[in-house]
Design a protein around this ligand. Structure first.
Ligand SMILES: [Zn+2]
Ligand SMILES: [Zn+2]
Length: 279
């Protein structure tokens, strides 16, 4: 399970544009880079930081895109214990431009992604059992280390994923958290292709979950709030849409009337609900 909290929304921030004095693309020759840091709850500031070499086991990345996840609010509002200043952002895609000592299997120029889990240690009991997600020595990107709201980022090489050439950085970024969370839920559910699956919410996670579920062969029910979301849900691949603001999806009751027709036969409804809750 992804340790990150579910997103309420995911929007992309393109590569940081320079300030008025320095507008334009990143200068690869510069020995500084721009970042957006949080210095106290709710306060962002734009800063220019000196470029530093990656520590042993780390790579340095030129950030090309970073998603915005609801969990970033934990950094911004101080929900997580944070040592400020801190750069949020844990849906990061960029190119490696420097390797720290001892890094193997990665090369300068390679396009990589960094998610919420900042990289496993390889030697704790969980790692030795192959359970890297629950590594006891793993920091969270944007919380224990600076994230991708920056032109440059340092990351542990064990936390990297490779980005396919035919996937743009902007398209890939939200998959590093919201995409992983929803895909893992579907991949690890007992439901098989053809089964009925409900996706609760058509937001930052849900809009990806619907697309995954449809392409994995499920019959997909999207549950949103408001009739205006129906068109989007269908466009994303949902076979059915339930407006949860008008209909109680647990009982099929019309919220305005207090009762109403059953949406599905009870067995199917129970199965859909069960599948929507599993991770
Ligand atoms: Zn470990
Ligand atoms: Zn996240």
């Amino acid at each position: 399970m992804n340790a990150c909290m579910p997103s309420a929304s995911v929007a992309l921030v393109p590569r940081l544009k320079a300030d008025d004095e320095h507008r334009g693309e990143q200068d690869p020759m510069s020995d500084t880079y721009r970042a957006i840091q949080v210095t106290k709850p709710g306060e962002f500031t734009s800063v220019r930081k000196p470029l530093v070499s990656p520590a042993p086991g780390q790579v340095r990345i030129r950030v090309e895109a970073c998603g915005v996840c609801h969990s970033d609010s934990g950094t911004v509002e101080g929900t997580f214990p944070i040592d400020w200043p801190r750069f949020p952002g844990h849906e990061v895609v960029g190119r490696i431009d420097a390797l720290g000592a001892g890094v193997q299997g990665w090369s300068v120029g390679q396009r990589v992604g960094v998610g919420f889990l900042g990289g496993s240690c390889g030697y704790c009991d969980f790692c030795r059992n192959g359970d890297l997600v629950n590594c006891r020595n793993q920091g969270f990107t944007g919380i224990h280390s600076d994230g991708g709201y920056a032109e440059v980022m340092l990351a542990r090489s064990s936390g990297l994923v490779r980005i396919p050439d035919d996937l743009s950085s902007v398209d890939a970024a939200p998959l590093l958290c919201a995409g992983l969370t929803t895909f893992s839920a579907l991949r690890n559910a007992p439901a098989k292709a053809g089964d009925l699956v409900a996706v609760l919410g058509v937001g930052g996670l849900g809009h990806l979950g619907i697309q995954y579920a449809r392409r994995m062969g499920f019959e997909v029910v999207a549950i949103g709030r408001g009739a205006e979301t129906a068109e989007l849900a269908k466009k994303l691949g949902a076979h059915h849409y339930i407006d949860n603001a008008a209909v109680d999806c647990r009982t099929g009751a019309d919220r305005n009337l207090g009762s109403g027709p059953r949406l599905w036969k009870p067995q199917a409804r129970r199965r859909a609900h069960r599948n929507s809750c599993r991770r």
